[in-house]
Write a new protein. Sequence first.
Length: 181
Amino acid sequence: MVHLFFPRPQLDAYIYHPVVSKDYQDGAAPEYEDYRGEATLHHRLRHECFQKAQEAHRRGLKQVAAFYSQQGHQHTQRIKEANMRASEHILAERRELLDEHNTLDLHGLHIDEALVALERIITQKISERRKHLIVITGRGAHSRGGVARLRPAVLQYLKKQQYSYSEEQTGVLKVSLKNAA
């Protein structure tokens, strides 16, 4: 594990942040929460870099502003990479549920990740000649403010792609697959 220390100017202290490295060899593999945590760290660092870039630009320090802006964009890329690893981890953990029970559980995925996975799995299940797919979106109980965000996005996607579906219970959809034999 690589240990990085990042200065926090408002605290005049250093805060320890573990970052998962490709050389990391602990007995336990990183969990999806580790990847989400890494994304959160890079989100905060990106924000700090862009604030510094803005301040440097305001002071007329164009090269310093360009440096911090570039650093911010690198953190944006790292956010995407960490979230992609989290998404892949979640879906890999649920592979058995998908294979054995023809059920895609989208809990824990961000909306864009869930829609990409849904599209990919629907295509796969159609090629396997499945007639339907069970999709679990959840009710939104863990969403900010308890308001579902994933379920409406999935419903909108299914309508746009003209898939018919029934809601077995709130947050559990039975999707009829096109071209299924």
